[in-house]
Design a protein around this ligand. Structure first.
Ligand SMILES: CC(C)(COP(=O)(O)OP(=O)(O)OC[C@H]1O[C@@H](n2cnc3c(N)ncnc32)[C@H](O)[C@@H]1OP(=O)(O)O)[C@@H](O)C(=O)NCCC(=O)NCCS
Length: 194
């Protein structure tokens, strides 16, 4: 049995962004992001503070178990906490699982500057080169155009035949239909070639 504590998760640096481990001070700005109806437009509801804290707990537990997760996003010179961007194991059964998903959630005033795409490219590169993942997926509802645009900017591919009903939502829920995007390691590495 391996009872050594896991080392601190890696931090990833982009030109303008830093993906770093979570700190206790991130909780309050994270709760404000999760309470914002604009940020949560494509989720069932904004989160109360205790639910936001519980989500931060689950994110930290994911790092503890897997060594990676949705990192805290810092934009040096702009803000110490802008939200999260990172990788997580899909926690439900679907036609594409088991799989590792890439996801993002940023404070609304920071949208429209390319931070999510820059951070996601760093996380994806780490997933393929350091974690050795064969493939990364992402999914959202068809109305979440900003999130779909990030997936497309990353070079992820969509096939309508892979649309699925999110099993965590009840059968008649209006957000149940999701689009799945995928990218394989070879595809990603080809995009990095000069
Ligand atoms: C999804 C989300 C992260 C996308 O954020 P975003 O800021 O639109 O995404 P990007 O970082 O890729 O920024 C792209 C925009 O910045 C602009 N931009 C400015 N400078 C840029 C740069 N240097 N590089 C790239 N894009 C740049 C792009 O033109 C684009 O503008 P547009 O929105 O007018 O087309 C954000 O909307 C969000 O947090 N939503 C709520 C949570 C959510 O729904 N998460 C996904 C659940 S599946």
């Amino acid at each position: 049995m391996n009872d050594h504590p896991r080392p601190e998760p890696a931090s990833l640096r982009g030109e303008r962004i830093l993906l770093r481990p979570w700190r206790p001070a991130d909780r309050a700005p994270f709760a404000a992001i999760n309470a914002d109806a604009r940020v949560m437009e494509h989720f069932p509801a904004p989160l109360a503070e205790r639910d936001s804290d519980a989500l931060a707990d689950r994110i930290e537990a994911h790092f503890g178990k897997h060594g990676f997760g949705p990192w805290a996003l810092e934009i040096p010179g702009v803000t110490e906490f802008a939200g999260f961007v990172g990788l997580l194991t899909v926690s439900f059964d679907a036609h594409f699982t088991p799989a590792v998903e890439i996801g993002w959630r940023l404070a609304a005033p920071l949208w429209g500057r390319g931070y999510a795409s820059e951070a996601a490219a760093c996380a994806m590169h780490y997933g393929f080169t350091e974690l050795g993942l064969p493939e990364i997926v992402s999914f959202t509802v068809p109305a979440n155009l900003r999130s779909l645009a990030v997936m497309q900017r990353l070079g992820m591919r969509y096939d309508i035949r892979e649309d699925f009903l999110h099993p965590r939502l009840p059968p008649e829920h209006p957000l149940r239909l999701h689009r799945l995007y995928r990218i394989g390691r070879e595809q990603w590495m080809e995009r990095q070639a000069p």
